[in-house]
Design a protein around this ligand. Structure first.
Ligand code: NAD
Length: 345
């Protein structure tokens, strides 16, 4: 049995607590929040759970083996570092840290201590994304020409991070996981309409060395909740709509065939293919349950998590480059630690 403590009981933390409470190989021992109101709510939701407003009760407890962190991003590094220094396995919500240097420091510390460091890239545990990965790898879509990911809604405005840091980590983790590649550079453009220097709408472009390109559009200022990823291949096209309860993936047998050779403009004719739409069946399970269970398995079997520290660094290095590009009016910014990430993949 693994004894676990969770720090941060705001919006997301209770989902971690619920899952760890229900998993058989773990004791959900204690939760912590600096806000007493949040702790009162935890006592109501999870009767019998120990609560504290002092992180040291979790971090220094000899009873606790592993710590889950679901606090705002600027607190992740300090909390995770303290937990690792106290010989705990650590799970950190996305994004892993506020900078790639901080991610790397945590990776090195976890390696030195021989502890599991995992990041909560939840979408990599969904049935839909794993099905899409199989489809992409099977070659059914052909060569991947581009990916366009859209994540929009009205709010919730974050006080300390812009919309890219809030919403795009999911898209970056999905895209890099599906392609099995890391971009070489990023362009970003956005605008802060309501708070100075905190962009509420942005688009970023990920440039890959094999010529694939990916666009991510993130917004807190849209009338509709949209979560779609479109993958355009040379043979077929796939649309993943995460707001659909059942038919999340649609594969379109559509495409364009260009003539291989032509002499005159009259001979030049594209042919467009409008074929069938296929909706594959996908398993039904809670991705967060898979993710929490994977963390426990990695601790028990001394394994490296699928979404390990390098996976966290991969996402943060793209976020960082996107932020720098925003300041440089969309100029392409190279990814930091690209060589290290390629080696770690
Ligand atoms: N995986 C996902 O799909 C997903 C979804 C939502 C949020 N998240 C991530 O979860 C994290 C938390 O997001 P949220 O929306 O729950 O934020 P939130 O603001 O609702 O909750 C954060 C909580 O942490 C507490 N807190 C802050 N600093 C603390 C400290 N030093 N010690 C103890 N408690 C502290 C706050 O009082 C608050 O209750 C973020 O990293 C976010 O990106 C992940």
């Amino acid at each position: 049995m693994i004894n676990i403590g969770i720090i941060g009981c705001g919006y997301w933390g209770p989902n971690l607590i619920r899952n760890y409470t229900q998993l058989p190989n773990c004791n959900m021992l204690m939760c912590c929040d600096s806000d007493e109101k949040k702790l009162n709510r935890m006592n109501t939701l999870f009767p019998g759970i120990q609560t504290t407003n002092d992180i040291n009760q979790i971090i220094t407890s000899p009873e606790i083996d592993a710590v889950g962190i679901a606090t705002p991003v600027f607190t992740h590094y300090d909390l995770a570092k303290e937990a690792l220094l106290h010989e705990k396995h650590v799970f950190v919500e996305k994004p892993l840290c506020h900078s790639s240097d901080a991610c790397l420091e945590l990776i090195r510390l976890a390696e030195k201590k021989g502890k599991v460091l995992m990041v909560g890239h939840t979408f990599e545990y969904t049935a839909a994304v794993n099905k899409i990965k199989k489809i992409v790898e099977s070659g059914e879509l052909g060569e991947i020409l581009y990916i366009a990911s859209v994540r929009l809604n009205l709010g919730l405005f974050q006080p300390d991070i812009n919309v890219i840091w809030d919403l795009a980590p999911h898209d970056i983790s999905i895209i890099t996981y599906l392609l099995g590649e890391h971009p070489t550079s990023v362009n970003g453009q956005g605008k802060a309409h309501y708070r100075k220097d905190i962009e509420d709408v942005a688009t970023i472009t990920l440039n890959f060395s094999n010529g694939t390109i990916a666009f991510i559009h993130s917004s807190w200022l849209d009338p509709n909740k949209v979560r779609t990823t479109t993958i355009v291949g040379s043979k077929k096209m796939l649309v993943y709509n995460d707001t659909e309860p059942q038919e999340k993936i649609k594969i379109y047998d559509k495409g364009v065939d260009a003539p291989p050779y032509y002499d005159t403009f009259a001979e030049f004719q594209f042919s467009y293919r409008y074929g069938d739409i296929h909706i594959p069946r996908i398993e039904d399970y809670e991705p967060l349950r898979r993710e929490c269970s994977h963390f426990l398995e990695c601790i028990e079997e001394n394994q490296t998590p699928r979404t390990n520290g390098y996976s966290g660094l991969r996402v943060v290095s793209v976020l960082e480059a996107a932020n720098e590009s925003l300041k440089k009016k969309g100029q392409a910014v190279p990814i930091r630690y690209a060589k290290l990430l390629r080696k770690a993949a």
